[in-house]
Design a protein around this ligand. Sequence first.
Ligand SMILES: Cc1ncc(COP(=O)(O)O)c(C=O)c1O
Length: 376
Amino acid sequence: MPRELLIEAAERWGTPLYVTDLDAAAAAAHAWRSALPGALVAYAVKANPDPALLRRLVIEGFGFEVVGPVELALALRAGCPPERVVVNGVGQTDADLADGLATGALVNAETLGALDVLVHAGPGRIGLRLNPGLEADTHPYLATGAADAKFGLALDELPVAMDMVKRAGRAVASIGAHIGSEIDDPQSFGRLATLISSLAQETGATQVDLGGGFAGSPAAWAAAVRPHLPEAMRLIVEPGRSIVRDAGWLLTRVARVQARGHLIADAGMTEFLRPMLYGSRHAVTVLTPGTDLPPHEGDWTLSGPICESGDVLSRHVEEPSGEGALIAIGQAGAYGLAMASTYNGRLRAAQAVIEGETLRLSRRRETLEDLVARDA
Ligand SMILES: Cc1ncc(COP(=O)(O)O)c(C=O)c1O
């Protein structure tokens, strides 16, 4: 952990503050590239759309997986060539789909209705995102590939889909699926590769897209997947969390102490929803101590300031410290700032990045003026 830089960042820009280490994220992305020579490594922007991070990944030659028109615009603004962008989104409008195709990005149809729009839109690269009907061992909110999930075309819709494609004189550029997140077992991806590559061969697609979601090393993923893919088949992989999870921290200070065992931080569920949403656990490190704590029997909980009892960042804090303590919440680079909200009138946190030994702000803290700027 770049402790001194994190302390300096909190002094310069205040808390709550997200800090992303761009070198660490780039190194994690390179691990995917080294494990899968020739594949398109399309970072899932939803995991952390920090603008400086996106620009760095573009410079390093990576692509992006985006959901819907705004993430697509962010990817293109960051300078990503459209050939390296894959667009997903189960609820995209007709205009979103047609406009996405017109940019030159690969646009995946997830429903027959979306496919109908795409095959009748202007030229462009159309992909099919399938629901593979595969269960993955993960939190139920993070599983996306089971047969009853809302994502992707059902396997038994594929003949109808291919008929629509052929009748419109179009072709399918890619067949893919994303089975969920935080999946530890590489064999889940081996099974997915077997299914998707045989469907790609049946449909004439020359690319397979196996999504993101693996929690282990890219080398282990590659070893499980590669034997199931023909040499000539181009591969797209969409890792998000594994690129940024360990490259980001949320910095927060203890604002108040409730002697009944609550350290009330200046960040909570509005800055970092994951502990509340998925019960995720994160390292809590005291960077600079605060005031002494009053006596309390039992564990201290790091709670947020939001009017919700579930607003907890961490239970059983190992190193509790009082008012003013500066705390780094670790493994916060993925799905942290991306899920921030303004509930309870919270202004979204500032974002900083580390590159080499330097620190810079990549997005300033939201202001009240920003919040009311759209009021009619
Ligand atoms: C279609 C798609 N691809 C890739 C990802 C990235 O998953 P992860 O961050 O777990 O690697 C997601 C996450 O939800 C997704 O929905």
